[in-house]
Write a protein that binds this ligand. Structure first.
Ligand code: PLP
Length: 389
C-alpha cells in the first residue's frame, strides 16, 4: 500500500466534469483576467467569510504584500509575527522594508502566543501619545501591526490579540492561508482582524489549479486601496492614484475555485473525521503515551489543513514511514528567526524556545478527504511497529 502525503488527483476525479464545464466558457470568451468570473468568486468568498470587502488576488504571498502596501507599511515599521510559520508570513512584509519582530508560540496550538506579544510590546516599545503608534525603545521604529497565523487549520487566540491591537492602535493582519473557514468562537478565520489573507495554493484546503489568493476586510477605505493597488494603483485604466502592483486573479482560477468552494465544508468535515480516526487508531495501538495528537482549543474548531503530531525520534520515524511508502512532512524544520536572510535582525538560538522545540518534534501525517480508513490503519500500524523497536 502507498499513502502519499497528499493526493490531489483523487479530488480532481470527483469534480472533473464540473470543473471542465466551468472553465470552458472562460476559454471560449477569452475573458481571462478579473471580470465577471472573478467577481462571482469574490461574492462566494464574501459569503463564506461574512466580510464586506472581498478581493481575489494572484497568490497568498501577494495577498499579504497587497495588505501591507495598502496599510502603508514601510521602512520605519515593525510588525509582530510568529517565527513558526511558512516563510511568506514574514517574507512578504520584509519585502516592504518592514522589520519582522518574531515572538514565540503557544506550544499546544502552535499559534502565536498573545502573552508573548503583550510582553514583547511592554518590554521593547514606548507609547508616545494617544494617536501615535508605539515606538521601539532602541531603534525608534514604529510598531504598526500584529500578524497571527492560523497554523495548520486552527485559529490563533484572537480575542486577546484583538484587544492588544486595539490598545496600541496597530493593525491586525490575519494570515489565514491555512485556515479557510476555521472558526474562533464561531467567527470565521480572516474576518476578525483589520484584514484577512488567504492562499489558494493547490495544496491548501481550498486549492486552485495554480497560484491564487484572496484578501478580505470590513474597512471600506482599506478595501478600496487594496482594490486599486491590485491593478497598479488606479480604478481607471492609465490613471494611477498610487503605486500598486499586479496582483490580479486569473478567471480560470476563479472558475475552478467557484466550483470547489461549494465542496469546502464537506471536505473539511471529511478531514475532521479522518483526524478523529487517527486518534482512535493511536489509542488502539497504545501510541497516545508516545505521540501527541493535534490539540484543538475549546473555543475553536480545527480544519486540519495539516494533521501534525509531536513525536520522539521524529526524523527516524519519518525515514521509517518513507521506507513503507508513507508520506510525511515537517512543517517547519527551521524557524524564521534563525533563517539566513534574517541574520541581520540579530536573533540567536534559544531566543524562542517553544518554536525551536516544535521544529524538532513536529511531523505532519497524510490527511485529505479521500484518504481511506485502510490507508490510515496502515500508517498507524507502521508507527506502532516503529515504536515497538
Ligand atoms: C501558503 C501560505 C502562504 C503563501 O501563500 P502562496 O499562495 O503560496 O503565496 C502564506 N502564509 C502561510 C501560513 C501559508 O501557509
Amino acid at each position: 500500500m502507498k499513502v502519499p502525503l497528499l493526493d490531489l488527483t483523487a479530488q480532481y476525479r470527483t469534480i472533473k466534469d464540473d470543473v471542465i464545464a466551468a472553465i470552458t466558457p472562460v476559454m471560449e470568451t477569452q475573458m481571462l483576467i478579473l471580470g465577471a468570473t472573478v467577481e462571482k468568486f469574490e461574492a462566494a468568498m464574501g459569503e463564506l467569510t461574512g466580510v464586506k470587502g472581498s478581493i481575489a488576488v494572484s497568490s497568498g504571498t501577494d495577498a499579504i504584500v497587497l495588505a501591507g502596501m495598502a496599510l502603508g507599511l514601510g521602512h520605519e515599521d515593525d510588525v509582530i509575527v510568529p517565527s513558526f510559520t511558512f516563510f511568506a508570513t514574514a517574507g512578504c512584509i520584509a519585502r516592504l522594508g518592514v522589520r519582522p519582530v518574531f515572538v514565540d508560540i503557544d506550544p499546544k496550538t502552535y499559534c502565536i502566543s498573545p502573552d508573548a506579544v503583550a510582553k514583547t510590546i511592554a518590554r521593547d516599545y514606548v507609547v508616545k501619545g494617544d494617536d501615535a503608534p508605539p515606538v521601539h525603545r532602541k531603534t525608534g521604529r514604529k510598531l504598526r501591526g500584529i500578524m497571527p497565523v492560523h497554523l495548520y487549520g486552527q485559529c490563533a487566540d484572537m480575542d486577546p490579540l484583538l484587544e492588544i491591537a486595539q490598545i496600541y492602535r496597530v493593525a491586525l493582519i490575519e494570515d489565514a492561508a491555512q485556515a479557510i473557514d476555521a472558526r474562533y468562537k464561531g467567527r470565521p478565520a480572516g474576518s476578525m482582524g483589520t484584514v484577512g489573507c488567504f492562499s489558494f495554493y493547490p495544496t491548501k484546503n481550498l486549492g486552485a489549479f495554480g497560484d491564487a489568493g484572496h484578501v478580505v476586510s470590513n474597512d471600506a477605505a482599506l478595501t478600496d486601496m487594496m482594490r486599486k493597488m491590485r491593478v497598479h494603483g488606479g480604478h481607471q485604466r492609465y490613471y494611477h492614484d498610487v503605486v500598486g502592483m499586479n496582483a490580479r486573479m486569473d478567471a480560470l482560477q476563479a472558475a475552478v475555485l467557484t466550483v470547489k468552494i461549494r465542496h469546502l465544508k464537506a471536505w473539511i468535515k471529511a478531514r475532521q473525521e479522518r483526524a478523529a480516526r487517527y486518534v482512535t487508531l493511536f489509542e488502539k495501538h497504545n501510541l497516545l503515551s508516545i505521540v501527541t495528537p493535534p490539540y484543538t482549543a475549546p473555543d475553536r474548531d480545527h480544519t486540519y489543513h495539516q494533521f501534525v503530531i509531536r513525536c520522539p525520534k521524529r526524523d527516524a520515524l519519518r525515514d521509517f514511514l518513507k521506507a513503507a511508502d508513507i508520506g510525511s512532512e515537517v512543517y517547519y524544520p527551521h524557524p524564521l528567526h534563525l533563517q539566513k536572510c534574517f541574520a541581520n535582525l540579530g536573533y540567536k538560538e534559544g531566543d524562542l524556545p517553544e518554536t525551536e522545540k516544535a521544529t524538532k518534534e513536529v511531523l505532519a501525517l497524510p490527511i485529505y478527504p479521500e484518504l481511506s480508513s485502510e490507508q490510515q490503519s496502515f500508517v498507524v500500524e507502521k508507527m506502532a511497529e516503529f515504536y515497538r523497536k
